[in-house]
Design a binder for this molecule. Sequence first.
Ligand code: ATP
Ligand code: MG
Length: 499
Amino acid sequence: MVTRNPVLVLKDICKEFPGVKALNNVSLELYPGEVHALLGENGAGKSTLMKIISGIIEPDSGEMYLDGRKVQFKSPKEAMEAGVALVHQELSLVPSLSVGENIFLGRWPQGRWGVNWSYVYREARELMRKFDIDVDPRVPVRNLGVAEQQIVEILKAVSQPHVKILLLDEPTSALTEHEVERLFKLLSDIKAEGKAIVFISHKIDEALKISDRVTIIKDGEKVITEEKGNLTEKDVIYYMTGKMFESNVSSHNADPGRKAVLSVRGLSAGILKGVDLDVYAGEILVIFGILGSGRSTLARVLFGLQEYRGEVFVEGERVEIRSPLDAIRCGIGYLPEDRRKALVFQLSVGANITLASLREISRKGLLMFDKEKELAERFIDELRIRTSNSRKRVTHLSGGNQQKVLFARWLAKSPKILILDEPTRGIDVGAKFEIREIVKNITKEGKAVLYITSEALEALEVGDRIAIMRGGKITKILPNDRQLSKSDLLAEVGGVVKV
Ligand SMILES: Nc1ncnc2c1ncn2[C@@H]1O[C@H](COP(=O)(O)OP(=O)(O)OP(=O)(O)O)[C@@H](O)[C@H]1O
Ligand SMILES: [Mg+2]
């Protein structure tokens, strides 16, 4: 790291929301040419701090200095003009606009006859080439998958002129290893230009790899700022949670029951080409594949969100799943990869948790509020969802806690078959362990879990069996025994082999 004057100094920043002290006297210095990782549990206050730096919200007290001058941003526009660019944790793109229009939003270049669209699309295409993704910059953003949207969001920030400080709030949560490598290459270039970067991630190995220094916050307070070289992954987890966690790769159910709870035969839809699969009672079957392999399509089909050809059987009986209601009737629950599609943001935390269980908590068509509260509170407790109470609007929860709310919705409903698409995305390390334990416990009740992940380590940690998905087909199903390694899995899916 270059020892120069800090580009940004934060002094004693405080921010309180009704019922929570989100930030308490947080001070931080950011230097030009450094990547500074900001780590902490879900709800620790990371996004709040980013929103303060980028002018989205104002602090209650505390000071901020940019290049030695005191600043007080009244709007994101002011911050942007001063050289602060933010990549939001929740994607902030306009779905109906094209990729190019989104990247240059708010600064469409004016030519002699209006906006110079050929410039916009040429530049956008060039930027995307750096990421190795083949997306036409003229297509509307709503047609893209979550990972591609995340890349557009990143490109939108990094391509802003005069950026001095780049804030990345969980930029990699939807990316696979290949894209993360591309991003890291891009960040090193940006860093070499003397810009400062703040990098937030729940993937601690990743954060340690890219950063020069690390700051950890817990319950809104800074615990430590340290050179990366002085910290191990274990130290970081300890500072974040106050606890030690051991990864537990070996406790798999080697002998799942022989009763198939869910079977599919010759399932085709979109990219899926004739998938055959059996998921047995009491097992976690991991579907492991890279972006575009068909994992999420399989999940959507099984929850009635996409038309299919082929046969689906639940406990041996042929069923037709043409809508989510059909799926729920068959005892299928589904946690989608994009939480914004499943949360009802106008409703409270409690209502979101109990949404799939309305029948269980109603009598004669009337909702019993005490039952709703009881059920919601049980899961708020069990999953340690950080909220002042169950009536809080779900929009006001931190990103990771919103994900836990969705998880709670299906745990409360307790379906026979639970389909989880990247369930630990954006979830902090402590909660990840807890969620895996909870998923394992569900299978002890004889239920079956279809667990989709693009992280090899996660596949090895949770799966009883691991199905490899490639080009819309299940190419292999591997029992998860001790011999199986991360590089085996990566080699199978045709991803980048990197251990
Ligand atoms: N607009 C708001 N209204 C009320 N409470 C809020 C609001 N924004 C954030 N909070 C609360 O402030 C705390 C910090 O939230 P923040 O989003 O900064 O956490 P985070 O560290 O980014 O977590 P995650 O890793 O889950 O994204 C949380 O308890 C959250 O519920
Ligand atoms: Mg956050």
